[in-house]
Ligand binder design. Structure first.
Ligand SMILES: [Zn+2]
Length: 131
């Protein structure tokens, strides 16, 4: 039995910010590329000059899956890979649509869902902004 300790370094910082309701990604000060999931070193150029920044929160669904669950366990839910406009991909879920109504290419906006003191990045489909 070991108590869960938060990971140290940038990943711990990321989780701590999430628990405060803030979703941050990283940006490399040398090559300008955005990074997610957080790393100590830029995967694009090897620089250590990476800083946390707030993303626009806007993105596009890259893939979507319905995870089936019994109603007693909370019912089906959606798992989506979302490409943020900053060029990073994250696993999330779309909250404001039926799980099987989420479509690839759907425009979404992220927000932080707080539950039991833990922050989770979820998305809402954007409406009325068809391209
Ligand atoms: Zn870089």
């Amino acid at each position: 039995m070991s108590q869960a300790t938060p990971p140290a370094g940038v990943q711990g910082r990321h989780l701590a910010e999430l628990d405060q309701g803030r979703f941050l990604i990283q940006r490399c000060q040398d090559c300008g590329q955005h990074i997610y999931y957080p790393r100590e070193i830029c995967p694009h150029c090897g620089s250590k000059a990476v800083e946390f920044v707030a993303p626009s929160g806007r993105g596009t669904v890259y893939s979507t899956t319905v995870v089936r669950r019994k109603p007693a366990e909370g019912g089906d839910y959606n798992v989506a890979l979302v490409d943020l406009d900053e060029g990073v991909r994250l696993m999330s879920r779309v909250e404001n649509l039926a799980p099987d109504a989420v479509q690839i290419g759907q425009r979404v906006k992220t927000r932080v869902l707080l539950k039991d003191g833990k922050g989770l990045v979820v998305c809402d489909a954007e409406t009325g902004e068809e391209e």
